[in-house]
Design a protein around this ligand. Structure first.
Ligand code: GAL
Length: 909
């Protein structure tokens, strides 16, 4: 343990023992259920205010002049624009002199702008303040009751007429209003009161009691508003929030609304600032870890105070509970903070025998929490928790990423933020299920494409030992779509980037920061690189402990942009885009000191269970009518050979990686299908690039990745299914995905040949198999030993439903979910692989939240209680009612088929 305080300013006058005693006597962290009395003594409260909202889609009568800024006219349709199309110059916007709110919103960013001269002063006046719908007395009884997180677009209706472009066919753009009363008792007088919004899609403006308090345009940032000056203690406090989501503002479905958690935070006027801690572990060994902590303290009181900070470190159990005794105490720090000022205190210490955080499967994601107590005049005024992990990450240009000494090949996926049938509305269990499915496949990393995620997703990555690249923007000054982030980049890039860095920098899962994706500045030489340098500089100021990257699909090794980041992130260029040769060797030669990583690989496309014939003999091909794609059904063949025009099959991506072993690994585009960007069929609802479909059902590609990423797993996967009435006598290629190196295929016992896998081959294929009903079987060897075998049989007519649940018991908190998969089986229990029977769900003791089947062309509403199966499978998402005592019974019925039931326990919280 380090005894020497390392604080700025004066030496400590208060002993550690006295501080610890003050901490113990101080207070507990209050929770949402605290009584008013506890609230009055608790130093910090964080109250969920997800319930009790009223929502209106559109502006109420009389609301006008509330735009953030003048926007360019959108004329061109975005339908089908290639993802890798070259971004264009921003348009000059004609300001017709209309009133806009920008000047009142910008000051919200001030805490995240470093240069005081660039901070914004609030103009006089109070726009919108006289609108009835921002007043406490306004009757919102006919507005809809909603609970957050809420995505106003996921209920549809599906749009029947374009242009929808990449944003997809749900009405995410437009205006929405949210109103809620806040309970701020008289006892809160003297405290600071903050509104913490984890994400609002988008262009939020917030009024409290009729006063415009501030807002935030970028829908993926988390942000805070200080409500304190506008609060009526013990009286009615009316919050009103207007969101204005522009059309043509994204290349994928953004969702719309208050789609993440919202909190009310109450503190003493002297408190740890918003995201006010930075914890690093600069030296790590098995025997000890050096822990350094900076704590920024805000003094919102009218007097200078002497403040002391004492931090204890506790180990966390796997379930998040704290260890009983502090594992270490950091050096106390103290200083005087002037009225209305902020100050950073530094502490450090050493942690003996640290339980390291490391990625699964070989390491354990052990976590700690640093608990900082702030004391003023012997009284604890704040208690702030900083979860963290102790790990050492080393980036080596020749060998890639090493965590705690183990070389970790990055086996990553990209994911967008939507959760399929739940839309953009964040749900912890839905996100956790995605990570579980990815880990089952062998993935160890996620790139947050192309924006900061819900903070809880990063908590989950910490918990589960998943490595993360956190990414901030999809565009800088150059535009990809007419109303995307480029419009506000000049004013907002600094606050948005700092918001991500400050919020996320203590997560052990994050190993690098990405400042952009395929930005137009790739094409601009030095002026583009200058913007990159400015962003990298901001990262270094906020977190010098991690490298920066930037995902590039165009910039070449002799251009200036790649040089500005620490880690070269290549999208598709490694395998070669279209007819370009692969770029890994050129980048290696130009940047021998930088790690090279595929920030996007593959962009392979398929629809689960859709096999199209004939199957070309190639290993990778762009989707074309009759070659991997059927424009009539809008399905892409599941032979897993087809890709976006600029992409490649997994097999081709791996050959490029394996021929260039210095490459640190890859992030596949994408882990899951997502809403919007349905390349190549722009009038479908969702993407085709997922390894897993929108409902969470693995496509065949899942097993191709599993074979590579979990080479120890004894698994063989055959495709296609073997139920082809009418194909008798026709060539029906059979492909097998396995980690084995030799395989023999049999159709009804007749060998189709024994094959060995050659270097840079990743699948077994028998392309001239003649279909006959019965069974197809593969026997696999590895290193000459028996390894795995699999048999697929011809199914007969659908006869029954079978239901399986992802978890036998859930929490009855109105939030936790169970995912129920219903399979359509024949009398012998074989999946009927083409079955599309209509399945109706009823739920007893709980609620049906949504249904899906993973079909990218399905336009049934996600809220419908009955839905057709897609290639034999259909999903129901179910929750327990708050406080329900269970069990929950899910009953699936379908005409002519035997009913299935699943029972799930529910535990009251
Ligand atoms: C990439 C882009 C992704 C997505 C993908 C589609 O070029 O970075 O956001 O558009 O292509 O395959």
């Amino acid at each position: 343990m380090m005894d020497q305080p390392h604080a700025t300013g004066v030496s400590p006058k208060i002993s550690r023992r006295a501080l610890l005693a003050a901490t113990a006597a101080g207070a507990m962290v209050a929770t949402a259920g605290s009584t008013a009395r506890a609230a009055a003594t608790a130093p910090r409260e964080r109250l969920s205010i997800n319930d009790g909202w009223r929502f209106l889609h559109g502006d109420p009568a009389g609301a006008s002049g509330l735009d953030y800024d003048v926007r360019p006219n959108v004329e061109a349709s975005q339908d089908g624009k290639a993802a890798d199309a070259r971004p264009e110059d921003a348009e000059a916007v004609k300001d017709a002199g209309q009133a806009v709110l920008k000047a009142w919103i910008l000051p919200t960013a001030n805490a995240l702008i470093r240069d005081p001269a660039k901070r914004h002063a609030r103009p006089a006046g109070d726009p919108g303040g006289d609108l009835p719908c921002v007043q406490p007395g306004f009757d919102d009884g006919d507005w809809r009751k909603v609970t957050l997180p809420h995505d106003w677009a996921i209920e549809g209706p599906w749009l029947t007429k374009g242009p929808y472009g990449g944003m997809g066919r749900l009405p995410s753009w437009g205006v929405g209003w949210y109103r809620r009363k806040l309970d701020i008792p008289a006892g809160d007088r003297g405290r600071s009161i903050f509104l913490d919004i984890e994400g609002a899609m988008s262009y939020a403006t917030v009024w409290l009691n009729g006063r415009l308090v501030g807002g935030w345009p970028y829908g993926y940032s988390s942000w805070r508003l200080d409500l304190t000056p506008h609060v009526v203690h013990g009286g009615v406090n009316q919050l009103a929030i207007r969101l204005d989501n522009p059309p043509a503002s994204a290349r994928w479905y953004p969702g719309g609304g208050l789609y993440r958690n919202v909190w009310l935070t109450k503190t003493h006027p002297v408190h740890v600032a918003h995201w006010g801690t930075r914890l690093t572990t600069p030296q790590v060994s098995a025997r000890s870890a050096m822990v350094e902590l900076e704590v920024t303290v805000d003094n919102a009181s009218s007097r200078e105070v002497a403040v002391q900070a004492l931090t204890e470190l506790f180990a966390l159990e796997a379930d998040g509970r704290w260890g009983r005794r502090a594992a270490a105490v950091l050096s106390p720090a103290q200083d005087r903070v002037a009225a209305g000022a902020a100050l950073t205190l530094k502490s450090s210490g050493s942690l003996a025998d640290p339980h390291l955080w490391g990625p699964r499967p070989n390491q354990t994601p052990n976590r700690y929490v640093a608990v900082t107590s702030l004391t003023v005049a012997g009284r604890v005024v704040d208690r702030y928790e900083t979860p963290f992990g102790v790990r050492q990450v080393r980036w080596d240009p020749a060998t890639g990423v090493h965590v705690n000494g183990e070389r970790i090949e990055i086996k990553g996926v990209n994911n967008h933020h939507d959760l399929g049938a739940l839309g953009a509305a964040f749900n912890r269990r839905a996100a956790e299920r995605q990570l579980e499915i990815l880990q089952e496949m062998g993935a160890n990393a996620v790139r947050m494409s192309h924006n900061p995620p819900a903070p809880e997703l990063l908590d989950l990555c910490d918990e589960k030992g998943v490595l993360v690249i956190d990414e901030v923007f999809d565009s800088w000054r150059q535009k990809k779509t007419p109303l995307d982030f480029h419009l506000i980049f000049p004013d907002w890039h600094e606050p948005d980037l700092r918001a991500m860095l400050r919020r996320d920098r203590n997560h052990p899962s994050i190993i690098a920061w990405s400042v952009g994706n395929e930005v137009g500045e790739q094409y601009m030489g030095e002026p583009g690189a200058d913007i990159g340098r400015a962003l990298v500089q901001i990262v270094r100021e906020e977190d010098p402990s991690r490298p920066t990257t930037n995902a590039m699909n165009w910039a070449k090794s002799d251009m200036p942009l790649p040089g500005v980041v620490d880690v070269i992130g290549l999208n598709y260029q490694g395998a070669g885009i279209r007819s370009q040769p692969g770029q890994f060797p050129a980048f290696r030669q130009a940047f021998p000191d930088k790690v090279i990583l595929s920030t996007e690989s593959a962009s392979a496309l398929s629809s689960r269970g859709e096999y199209q014939f004939p199957v070309p003999g190639v290993i990778s091909a762009p989707v074309r009518p009759g070659v991997g794609g059927d424009p009539k059904t809008r399905q892409v063949s599941a032979y897993e050979l087809f890709a976006a025009d600029f992409g490649s099959s997994p097999d081709r991506s791996w050959a490029a990686q394996d021929q260039n072993p210095f490459v640190a690994g890859e992030f596949v585009w994408t882990g899951f299908d997502y809403l919007g960007e349905p390349t190549p069929y722009y009038d479908a609802r969702s993407s085709y690039s997922g390894i897993v479909d929108l409902a969470g059902f693995p496509k065949d590609r899942f097993y191709l990745y599993q074979a590579r990423w979990r080479p120890e797993l004894r698994m063989a996967h055959i495709l296609p299914h073997w139920t082809w009435p009418g194909r008798e006598g026709e060539a029906t290629p059979v492909h097998v995905f396995t980690a084995g190196d030799e395989a023999e295929l049999f159709v009804n016992g007749k060998s189709q040949g024994r094959k060995k896998r050659a270097a840079f081959e990743y699948r077994f294929r028998w392309d001239y198999v003649t279909y006959e009903p019965g069974e197809v079987k593969v026997v696999v060897w590895k290193g000459g030993e028996d390894w795995a075998s699999q048999t697929v049989r011809t199914a007969s007519a659908p006869a029954r439903l079978e239901a399986t649940v992802d978890r036998p018991r859930i929490k009855a908190d109105g939030v936790d979910l169970t995912f129920v998969t219903v399979r359509i089986a024949d009398a012998a229990g074989l999946t009927a692989p083409r079955a599309d029977n209509l399945v109706a769900f009823t739920v007893e003791g709980g609620d049906l939240v949504a249904t899906d089947n993973g079909d990218p062309t399905s336009f049934a509403p996600f809220q419908a209680s009955s839905r057709k199966a897609f290639n034999g499978l259909v999903l129901a998402i179910v929750r327990a009612g708050p406080g329900a005592r269970g069990p929950i019974t899910v009953i699936a019925t379908s005409s002519g088929l035997q009913t299935a039931r699943a029972t799930i326990g529910a535990t009251p919280p």
